[in-house]
Ligand binder design. Structure first.
Ligand code: ZN
Length: 473
């Protein structure tokens, strides 16, 4: 599909082929919203008589008045109406702004909601793109073409900081209201989950499963949104997934989801445990709001969100970990999630939930602090408490984080597992200790009465064909 724009002599083409287009620093005319400024996108439903179809209002400087190479705030507010349009459908329409705008040549759109980040290329401006109104008109045309239930649409784009901030506050109330809707509905209350393939354009094997207890990774689509979308647009990117048999309640594994995983990933994955970090975790697309990372040194998980600019205790920033995690794979040790999943009562319940969490940026922790169990709240470190693994360890010990007890238990178990007899006696008792080939997290051998022998192997893999132990004459 290539749509040559007919709107007010637009100089650009729109096509899915521009979807993967990246605009680098050197090629950029201006950057809108993003990490150096503010912005958001939102779709609101309205009555038919409240909307003037096709109307665009721009508040603040337009493209041609902007200084090349600068950053500007950017809000995109769409209002839609139609017989089938209801508040339930807002999120799903809003999520499409991302792909429709990416069809625009010379225009790059990243993320969603309050995280949007847009770049406009120099090339398009030199070819005649001069107004954000052209962008709004093109996007609205896509909305109406692709989502025929939208009968009327109008847009307000804002590039004035004061106005953006004011409207962002209102938008946050709407996002919050959507996020709290699923609070009283749980996975066991429904027979149907919803799948979403929006991210498959760049993460072809991604299997996004949205359940009452797990919001989409991008944070923009909850179970109600999936249901509303599947209803108004049965051929669209959101569709029902029948749960089928419960395979594992705790991990959140269902036969219907596994079958959908095979279908959606082209056979790459056949098991997904919705509430697990370590075993058959949900795939990670790339637009997740937060990425989780396992730290073997403390046997626990840290989280870092898109807004955090520093490095996590493992020495890595969000961008690096996001790069390793994304692409629609099951990456053991990393997991992308939507912020609202922290508020789920089933949050990683297969792995002990919050008891396994030891670090998150302060701003993120503050956002979800209400959902953290009382006994853990103060024991989760932020960048103010721990910048690396060593300081994290001391913090956890000092705050008596429950993970610390598991370290002690593990050590005790290793002690117990170690043979309590001298090697020679072991031989006499009818056997060589068979060590090969096995993976040992940690092991210690302590010598018997004769003493003096202590071997500690940490994370060692040992292969042995034969061991000869001789008694000293
Ligand atoms: Zn995604």
């Amino acid at each position: 599909m290539v749509i040559k724009m007919a709107v007010v002599g637009c100089p650009f083409e729109m096509s899915p082929m521009y979807e993967g287009e990246r605009i680098r620093k050197d090629d950029l005319y201006v950057e809108l919203a993003g990490p150096k400024s503010k912005g958001f996108e939102i779709v609101r439903s309205a009555e038919m008589n409240e909307i003037e179809d096709g109307k665009v209002t721009l508040i603040g400087p337009d493209l041609k008045e902007m200084e090349e190479g600068s950053n500007y705030p950017y809000a995109m507010i769409y209002r839609i109406a139609g017989e089938q349009v209801e508040p339930d459908i807002e999120s799903i329409v809003e999520r499409r702004n991302h792909d429709f705008q990416n069809y625009i040549q010379g225009y790059m759109h990243l993320n969603q909601r309050y995280d949007i980040w847009v770049r406009v290329s120099k090339e398009m401006v030199s070819k005649g793109l001069e107004s954000l109104k052209q962008i709004a008109e093109a996007t609205m045309m896509m909305f109406k073409n692709e989502l025929p239930f939208i009968e009327k649409i109008e847009a307000t784009f804002i590039t004035d900081m004061t106005e953006v901030e004011k409207e962002l506050e209102e938008a946050r109330k709407v996002y919050d209201a959507r996020d709290t809707r699923t609070r009283d509905l749980h996975d066991e209350d429904v027979d149907t989950f919803y799948g979403c393939t929006l991210c498959q354009s760049f993460a072809p094997t991604n299997v996004c499963v949205v359940t009452p207890d797990r919001v989409s990774l991008c944070g923009a689509i909850n179970w109600f949104d999936g249901r509303a979308a599947a209803k108004v647009d049965p051929e669209g990117p959101q569709f029902p997934i029948e749960k089928g048999e419960v395979i594992d309640e705790l991990g959140g594994e269902y036969s219907g989801v596994n079958e959908a995983a095979v279908r959606l990933s082209g056979g790459m994955f056949d098991r997904i445990r919705i509430h697990s970090f370590f075993e058959y975790p949900h795939t990670s697309c790339g637009c997740f709001e937060v990425v989780g990372f396992y730290m073997p040194e403390v046997d626990a998980i840290g989280w870092v969100d898109r807004d955090f600019k520093g490095t996590a205790p493992n020495g890595l920033p969000f961008s690096t970990m996001a790069g390793q995690t994304g692409g629609g794979k099951q990456v053991v040790g990393f997991l992308g999630i939507g912020i609202n999943y922290f508020r789920s009562p089933k949050f990683l319940q297969a792995d002990g939930g919050w008891k396994k969490v030891v670090w998150m940026p302060k701003a993120l922790k503050d956002k979800v602090v209400e959902s953290i169990p009382d006994e853990i709240r103060d024991a989760i470190a932020t960048e103010e408490d721990a910048a690396d693994i060593e300081s994290l360890k001391s913090f956890l010990q000092e705050k008596k984080h429950p993970i610390v007890d598991t370290w002690a238990a593990e050590e005790a178990e290793e002690e117990k597992a170690a043979p309590d007899v001298a090697p020679a006696e072991a031989q006499a008792m009818g056997g060589m200790p068979t060590l090969a080939p096995m993976q040992m997290p940690a092991m210690s051998l302590t010598g018997g009465a004769g003493g003096g022998l202590k071997i500690i192997l940490s994370n060692a893999k040992i292969t042995v064909d034969k061991i000869i132990v001789k008694k000293k004459e």
